[in-house]
Design a protein around this ligand. Sequence first.
Ligand code: FAD
Length: 353
Amino acid sequence: MECTVVGGGVQALSTGVLLESLGHSTTMISDEFAYIDGSDDPPVATDYAAASVYPVQVESEYSEDELIRRAESTFEPFWESDGVPVRKHTHYYLYENAGDRHLPDRMGAQPVSQYDGEVPTRAGETVEGGYVCEEYFVEMPEYVPQLYHTYRELGGDIERRTVTATEVDNLAGIVFNCTGYGSRELFDDDSLRAMKGHILQVPYEDGPLPFSYTYTPSGYDDEYAYMYPRRETVLFGGSYLPGDIVDGQWVGESPDDPMTVDGVTIPRRLYDVTADIMSEYTDITPERIDAKYGYRPYRADGMRIERTGDIVHNYGHGGAGVSMSWWSALRAVSYIETVSEDVLPDVAAAVAV
Ligand SMILES: Cc1cc2nc3c(=O)[nH]c(=O)nc-3n(C[C@H](O)[C@H](O)[C@H](O)COP(=O)(O)OP(=O)(O)OC[C@H]3O[C@@H](n4cnc5c(N)ncnc54)[C@H](O)[C@@H]3O)c2cc1C
């Protein structure tokens, strides 16, 4: 079937690869392509994803545990496929404050109170709650270009331009709308917000480290900081600042307790927590940090995967766009043919080649 995919981020690329794998004839139209046009282009959220396979900051009709199961099961074939840069490592989800909390249905999750290994902890502090699990992690600087090249190898066409609202109805075939925050203007969707998030990295030659953490320190208003290990860097972040893009400029909340690194204003806790915990592995000093920020396409009405006429929407994934990408692509494509997770091992094999 003839299809047009609008967008050049992880949703468009996953949807495009899936459509091509199933024998459809597609053209992908986007003004920018994630990583192919560089890795610091704020309107393209995909350039900023860490990316752990764990859905956060996303609204949906499904429970958190259900989203976790779907994200993990759809990424499993990619983790199993040699040549796809998806790893599995230990994740520590920790709180300095004790409290009754739900143990999410993540791979191998066990309460930290039952874990007999060491857990990352700030000097002089004690971890009182949380859990330890395994998690899939995507090496985005390699993975996203691999998706793009797979799409091209499978026969997908590319057009580089902005799509306007007036021409949407005239695009060829079934149109898959994967424009993320761009849907605010393209489809007049004012339930979309641009959640600003920082990505901070320091070089790390002996990477990747075999663990990551999400750490809620006491004394920082119950907000956390996370660390993820990339192949050549230690990456950290954990900011979620609500806002909107108005006339090309982001307008929104500023951090309560700011500090500036690499010319970028960040919440201080991101630096404090990481400098403390990671000092036994590498120097985290302001001078060594490369800082950037992007915007998660958060949709208060829930991520939108639905068909209206000849348009299949697939956008609004907030902080879960990578995690839910294969599941979303399957759901979107199921509006034109019956398809199940069983196709994913073959798709993963194509991405690996
Ligand atoms: C700091 C940060 C950390 C994150 N960490 C994670 C994580 O660990 N795990 C995870 O799962 N997710 C994470 N995310 C979320 C994830 O990045 C997004 O959910 C995901 O990238 C959204 O993908 P998308 O393809 O829908 O949108 P985008 O990547 O924004 O792509 C939209 C595309 O549409 C194009 N476009 C828009 N309008 C038009 C138009 N009119 N015409 C033509 N082209 C258009 C844009 O150029 C762009 O290429 C993080 C996000 C941020 C900011």
